[in-house]
Write a protein that binds this ligand. Sequence first.
Ligand SMILES: CC(C)(COP(=O)(O)OP(=O)(O)OC[C@H]1O[C@@H](n2cnc3c(N)ncnc32)[C@H](O)[C@@H]1OP(=O)(O)O)[C@@H](O)C(=O)NCCC(=O)NCCS
Length: 151
Amino acid sequence: MQPKTPQETEVVMSELVLPNDTNLLGNLMGGRLMYWMDIAGALVASRHSGRVVATVSIDNISFRHPVRMGEMLMIKAKLVYVGTTSMSIAIKVYAENMRNGSQVLSNKARMIFVALDEAGNPTPVPPLSPQTEEEIMDFEKEKMRRVGKSC
Ligand SMILES: CC(C)(COP(=O)(O)OP(=O)(O)OC[C@H]1O[C@@H](n2cnc3c(N)ncnc32)[C@H](O)[C@@H]1OP(=O)(O)O)[C@@H](O)C(=O)NCCC(=O)NCCS
């Protein structure tokens, strides 16, 4: 299988936070945000593998700033590491106040997806070819983290 770069499969998804997405204080509900993050991550994993994918893990999810109704979300999802059948994806969520143009990093998470064949079994994915210094560093860090966890 031909290697792919992280840029080839990167996804930026935009969403407008509507009343139905918020709690009684007018802030975005965490569950709705996780749903959007899951979709953005699955799109990246599907693009890389060309397969149907399943979420197997969501790690290090953090909610740093409340997101208000009427704000725009940009959900950036990028592949950082692949194993044999699994793919680790970094998700960063930015909230933009469209009246004044200010942007904050509101959430981060690390999600792992597995590529599945027609029978629903894990199937190998193409290697990842990180290009930039940051991508190479992220690849090595995630490799250490994954190896450390499996010991
Ligand atoms: C996805 C699934 C078929 C994988 O089956 P499995 O028996 O765990 O398969 P394996 O043990 O061979 O693991 C497959 C890969 O996933 C990784 N993996 C499995 N569970 C993991 C977890 N909790 N955290 C991190 N990685 C995990 C393994 O390390 C392996 O990676 P590698 O091939 O790159 O080395 C099975 O776990 C499943 O159906 N899970 C439910 C998925 C789901 O319903 N998600 C929500 C809706 S999409």
